[in-house]
Design a protein. Structure first.
Length: 275
């Protein structure tokens, strides 16, 4: 049972959620779709398709880090994803795919990120990260958020651009009360002004806001501006070593609370409000 003695969940007015990897599963969707759109150049479930997806995501992290630290680059994730894709296709490893992906194909690839899987994937995947052909199911996403919405405000706080986040919510039925895109604030997480701007627009002091994420670095940045922090381990995000080392502050760790999924978080906040 998760111990919340050190944390008064009744104080929380809003939960802000990271989206990519925390709410929705980018890894299985992108891995699957790049193969399906490759016109036979990548085999679905192959290591090449996994490597392509992960290299694309690694490019995202490099871009976000640079821009969040004041470097040059777009704050629109669609433009960013397309630029990274084009750069990848000039490299020796992926140049054979560039031959079959014209302008319309590359636009379709960029739009993969607008329809990531959320709830209709194979449950068995959570226990088998060694098989790249198996999808990872976040079966708790919609029921957990739906229940949580009854007790607190729930909003996205994501590095995705606004239209991308809007499409994801519409396509997957994510029941947000609102969407904060870092694009609106001119940077990316983990730049402090992204979290501070969200708090400003919610008209809330930071201690009444909880950041919920599957990424340690996101939560540490949120904590630095006064947010509560809630860690939800997801198999495709932080490394196994990081996930297994995460501890709550009560146990000498860095975050306020660790929950196994959104449904547990909703239950804990409901029980706190009823106590």
């Amino acid at each position: 049972m998760t111990n919340t003695e050190h944390l008064d969940l009744r104080e929380i007015d809003a939960c802000l959620f990271d989206v990519f990897g925390t709410v929705l599963n980018w890894h299985s969707t992108v891995t699957r779709q790049v193969a399906r759109l490759s016109k036979g150049r990548l085999i679905e479930g192959s290591q090449d398709s996994v490597d392509f997806a992960e290299e694309w995501r690694a490019g995202y992290y490099a871009h976000v880090k640079r821009v969040s630290q004041g470097g040059e680059g777009t704050s629109n994730a669609d433009i960013m994803h397309r630029e990274i894709l084009d750069d990848m296709l000039t490299t020796p490893r992926w140049s054979h795919i560039a031959e079959v992906w014209g302008e319309s194909d590359r636009q379709d690839l960029t739009l993969i990120w607008h329809n990531l899987d959320g709830t209709n994937l194979q449950e068995s995947a959570e226990t088998d990260m060694t098989n790249p052909s198996i999808s990872i199911a976040y079966q708790d996403t919609i029921p957990g958020l739906t229940e949580l919405k009854r007790h607190v405000n729930i909003l996205a706080l994501s590095n995705g651009n606004f239209r991308l986040l809007l499409d994801l919510a519409k396509n997957q039925g994510v029941p947000w009360d609102g969407i904060f895109s870092s694009e609106l604030f001119g940077s990316y997480k983990p730049n402090k002004k992204v979290y501070q701007s969200a708090a400003y627009h919610l008209s809330l002091p930071p201690h009444k806001i909880a950041m919920v994420a599957a990424h340690r670095h996101d939560l540490l940045a949120a904590a630095s501006v006064g947010f509560k922090t809630i860690y939800v381990p997801r198999p495709a995000e932080d490394s196994r070593e990081v996930r297994e080392s995460m501890r709550s502050k009560k146990d000498g760790g860095e975050v306020d609370l660790i929950v196994k999924d959104f449904e547990e978080l909703a239950r804990l906040i409901r029980e706190a409000q009823q106590s």
